[in-house]
Design a protein around this ligand. Structure first.
Ligand code: GDP
Length: 418
């Protein structure tokens, strides 16, 4: 099938935005299938930093943006991002599933109060996505298709407000007006995408968050409120799973995590600060400093297995430059037992990482530019050794490495991935 599913293999922020953009060039459509504006996908293109929360970042390439039923839509952000695309000369005509959920102001308030109630912060972005999904499961959720039907909209708002015992008054006018403007874009994503794929078109599915934040398979309860795995691309966009093609697993050359929850390879102190500042590890949506740590093979093995990853895209290799020693966790020790994969380990809090140590690499922007021009063999040899070790440990090949933030700073390993 001429389609690719781009997913994060860690705790999000892997650089899916840039990878999705690279793969969406020349594609017909690019699809968000889960999550909402709790995602923050960045593409740095021709000196401009484009930040996407609800539209797929791949739409900066001109591929048609599609928002599937598995998503929760924030209508203001959606309209804002359509204007942003227009400002870079992309006249996007999105297709939004009539079944996608809609986030209300009260969902954002609920996100904040739930975080306080839990006592231990799970690190929600407070975009209201979890509460909006909860309403969907309760069968009271507002859907995009309801926005242009005033009577239905009013009745649903009344019901949701009553259930939560919170006001929805302001939402009616705001949503009804937005519904009128967006009606032209609302439709059936299944017919469109299946038709496109059957006709030989190319589609990219752009996942949000990461495997270890999956609602079921991640480090619950420190997870997101949707399914982040490649399988979710099918249900979340209404395309049969037999039409999904390659699964591209995006991973940073190290690990980060936002908010609470176990993180066996976390580091702190001076080195953590160096990586945090050179990698600009502050949340795209929230501005929060991200926790940083070494690469975690047991966690990545689990993520590759869950997703059925076809090939890897490794990002932010440049961030690890000029560090003397780079470590990789190859297994965990937990109560005297060794674990080579996170699978089967219910409680990660007692997992102690066992590291292999690699010599670091010296490189600055000019060395990376040379590698971009010269190809794989021009990458610093210690970095190639590191990447080769990752491939061997995960049993999956690397297709591309990103060595700088802007589009243009990436090296494809083999032509077939480009
Ligand atoms: P996403 O949520 O997976 O799309 O990731 P984010 O966009 O939140 O975070 C990735 C950040 O890293 C963004 O600011 C990207 O522009 C940036 N980025 C992506 N690839 C690279 C890279 O190879 N090197 C550096 N230094 N930054 C990168």
């Amino acid at each position: 099938m001429n389609s690719s599913v781009v997913v994060g293999l860690q705790w999000g922020d892997e650089g899916k935005g840039k990878v999705s953009y690279l793969l969406s060039r020349g594609a017909d459509a690019v699809v968000r299938f889960q999550g909402g504006a709790n995602a923050g996908h960045t593409v740095v293109l021709d000196g401009r930093r484009l930040k996407f929360n609800i539209l797929p970042a791949g739409s900066a390439s001109g591929a048609r943006p599609v928002i599937g039923a598995g998503c929760i839509v924030d209508v203001e952000r959606l309209e804002g991002e359509l204007s942003m695309l227009q400002s870079i000369g992309v006249q996007a005509r999105p297709l939004i599933s009539r079944f996608a959920g809609v986030v209300l102001s009260l969902h954002k308030d609920l996100d904040g109060s739930l975080e306080a109630l839990r006592g231990k912060a799970i690190g929600t972005t407070r975009m209201g996505i979890g509460p909006a999904y909860a309403d969907k499961c309760l069968r009271i959720g507002l859907r995009v298709g309801d926005l242009s039907r005033k009577a239905v909209l009013a009745e649903k708002l009344r019901l949701i407000g009553k259930f939560h015992n919170l006001p929805t008054g302001e939402d009616f006018e705001r949503l009804s007006e937005a519904g009128g403007r967006l009606a032209q874009f609302v439709g059936d994503t299944t017919s469109y995408l299946v038709g496109l794929l059957k006709g030989g078109g190319r589609v990219v599915f752009e996942g949000a968050q990461g495997a270890l934040l999956d609602l079921d398979y991640g480090t619950y309860p420190y997870v997101t409120s949707s399914h982040t795995l490649a399988g979710a691309a099918s249900i979340g966009s209404g395309v049969p799973h037999t039409m999904l093609g390659d699964v591209v697993g995006v991973m940073k050359a190290y690990t980060t995590r936002v908010g609470g929850g176990p993180f066996p390879t976390e580091i702190d102190g001076g080195l953590a600060e160096i990586i945090r500042s050179s990698g600009a590890e502050y949340g795209t949506t929230t501005g929060r400093p991200r926790r940083v740590g070494w690469l975690d093979i047991p966690a990545l093995r689990y993520a590759c297995m869950l997703n059925g990853v076809s090939w890897l895209a490794v990002t932010k290799l440049d961030v690890l430059s000029n560090i003397d020693e780079v470590k990789v966790c190859v297994r965990y020790l937990c109560d005297g037992v060794e674990y080579e994969s996170l699978a089967g380990l219910e409680d990660l809090s007692g997992a102690r990482p066992v590291y292999e140590v690699f010599k670091g690499w010296r490189a600055d922007a000019s060395e990376w530019s040379e590698a971009v021009k010269g190809g794989w063999d021009m990458l610093p040899s210690n970095a190639r050794e590191y990447l080769g070790f990752v491939e061997k440990m995960l049993g999956v090949g690397i297709g591309l490495v990103s060595v700088g933030e802007p589009v243009g700073y990436e090296v494809f390993k083999e032509d077939r991935y480009a």
